[in-house]
Design a protein around this ligand. Structure first.
Ligand SMILES: Nc1nc2c(c(=O)[nH]1)N[C@H]1C(S)=C(S)[C@@H](COP(=O)(O)OP(=O)(O)OC[C@H]3O[C@@H](n4cnc5c(N)ncnc54)[C@H](O)[C@@H]3O)O[C@H]1N2
Ligand code: MOO
Ligand SMILES: [Mg+2]
Length: 430
């Protein structure tokens, strides 16, 4: 008799998987290779930024009190005693009615407490000496970029677990990290199963299709911040499949298979779990697509059985694999980022299951709109490319209509969310 599986709630499935979460170790890489890696230590300012008071303009450094009486009808002259560009330091001390020509980024000379822009002064020569004439009053501190105004020494600027983006990289350079502490990427083994699978370079023959899930999942692994190890496509044959799964479990931090997890005659993964003595955490979830997503634990390592149906495989990865990878990488927000958007289309058909519809976002003025991309079926492959979010339609006795406010999970986002999507109230028309 065919096994009747009892679907569990999404919340419970996520909890069961996350019980096995673990953190990766730190490794050091060159700053040139740290892009998109996840920081292994907090970045703490070990000096003030900027490290000295500096000029934000090309101009003249002067003493503000000398400008006290300056106005349109009372220009005041200052003698230019030195000139400095960024990277230079003047050793002269500015005295009464003296100025130092200073360029943007140069350290403010001692004695000066403000800067006047080049455009606001008149330069004159008297007796072969250079002067400026100023017709306005300046305040102490005017046009000075103060030491530590950007960051104070000792301040924690970035917490570990953040993905290194161009801004983080700028900070790493600012604080002299030629080597950067990052989290080692987990190695995820990928095994596509199915006797019908052809390699990408093989011509189509009747009854067969090319393996697309393997490549798609590998790409999802990379997008999540991990690396993959590819194993040969496996025909539905128990001994050879078992041996490859064992090998992958030995060689990788976690393993993903695609296909063969349902109740069909050639769906061998349930037998593989049994032979391995793996503990199956669940094999049916109350969701679509991806209801057959199975997760087992074999000697402390997670073994995911993602669906063979491409869209189900895709969604299963984003909901149950991604958070494990992101947690490994020290992310404080390992789940897909949540937002809300207005439905652009009607979904009149009632659906008892929570649906994760591959969708795309558009923006119209201050409104964020969401619409499905392509056919909303678990076995389609063509629509995934256009999806930038998963629209969540909670199971309900009635459908959804245009303009309903719905939850969305952002797929391309790198920030994430502290909590997974677990439950949603029926959207309301506002
Ligand atoms: N009697 C039942 N049949 C099915 C059930 C069920 O509950 N009872 N569940 C259905 C659901 S839901 C899904 S999802 C699929 C899951 O199937 P499997 O995970 O067992 O996957 P396969 O049977 O191996 O393949 C399904 C489908 O996907 C294609 N496929 C497989 N691998 C790849 C790949 N690497 N690249 C592209 N496409 C792939 C395969 O050719 C099949 O068309 O089961 C339903 N059936
Ligand atoms: O797991 Mo199946 O995708 O629900 O279609
Ligand atoms: Mg099957």
């Amino acid at each position: 008799m065919v096994e009747r599986r009892k679907p569990i709630r999404i919340k419970d499935a996520i909890e069961l998987v996350m019980e096995w979460k673990c953190r990766g170790e730190i490794e050091w890489v060159s700053i040139d290779e740290c892009d998109d890696r996840f920081l292994g230590e907090d970045i703490c300012a070990d000096h003030d930024v900027p490290p000295f008071n500096r000029s934000p303009y090309d101009g003249f450094a002067i003493r503000s009190k000398d400008t006290y009486l300056a106005n349109q009808s009372n220009p005041i002259q200052f003698e230019i005693i030195d000139e400095i560009g960024a990277g230079q330091v003047s050793f002269k001390n500015i005295g009464p009615f003296q100025a130092i020509r200073i360029m943007t980024g140069a350290a403010i000379p001692t004695g000066a407490d403000c800067v006047i822009m080049l455009e606001l002064v008149k330069e004159i020569q008297i007796n072969h000496k250079n002067y400026i004439s100023i017709k306005r009053k300046l305040k102490p501190g005017e046009n000075i970029s103060f030491q530590g105004e950007d960051a104070k020494q000792g301040q924690t600027l970035i917490e570990k677990g953040m993905m290194i983006n161009p801004g983080v990289k700028a900070l790493l350079a600012t604080f002299g990290y030629d080597k950067v502490p990052v989290i080692r990427k987990p190695v995820v083994g990928v095994i596509a199963t199915g006797t019908e699978l052809l390699k990408v370079n093989e011509p189509l023959v009747p009854g067969k299709i090319r393996n697309s899930n393997g490549y798609m999942v590998e790409s999802q692994i990379l997008r999540s911040g991990a690396i993959y190890k590819r194993y040969e496509n496996q025909v539905d044959e128990i001994e050879s499949l078992l041996s490859v799964v064992k090998q992958a479990l030995d060689e990788c931090d976690l393993v993903i298979t695609t296909g063969g997890v349902s109740v069909g005659d050639y769906d061998l993964l349930p037998h593989i779990y049994e032979k391995l003595g793996a503990k199956v955490l669940f094999n049916k979830i109350a969701m679509r697509p991806g209801s057959v997503t199975t997760v087992a634990n074999c000697k402390g390592k997670l073994l995911y059985g993602l669906s063979g149906n491409p869209s189900a495989c895709y969604v299963g990865f984003e909901l149950y694999v991604r958070p494990i990878i992101r947690y490994w990488l020290y992310s404080q927000k390992p789940y897909l980022r949540k937002a809300k958007a207005r439905l652009q289309t009607d979904f009149p058909k009632a659906n008892p299951f929570n649906r994760f519809v591959r969708s795309k976002l558009t923006y119209e003025g201050d409104r964020c709109l969401v619409e499905p991309v392509g056919l909303d079926k678990s076995n389609v492959v063509t629509s995934i490319a256009w999806a930038d979010c998963l629209m969540v339609l909670p199971g309900s006795t009635r459908g959804y209509s245009k303009d309903d406010l719905v939850d969305i999970l952002l797929i391309d986002d790198q920030i994430g969310s502290e909590e997974p999507w677990i439950e949603i109230e029926r959207s309301t028309k506002l």
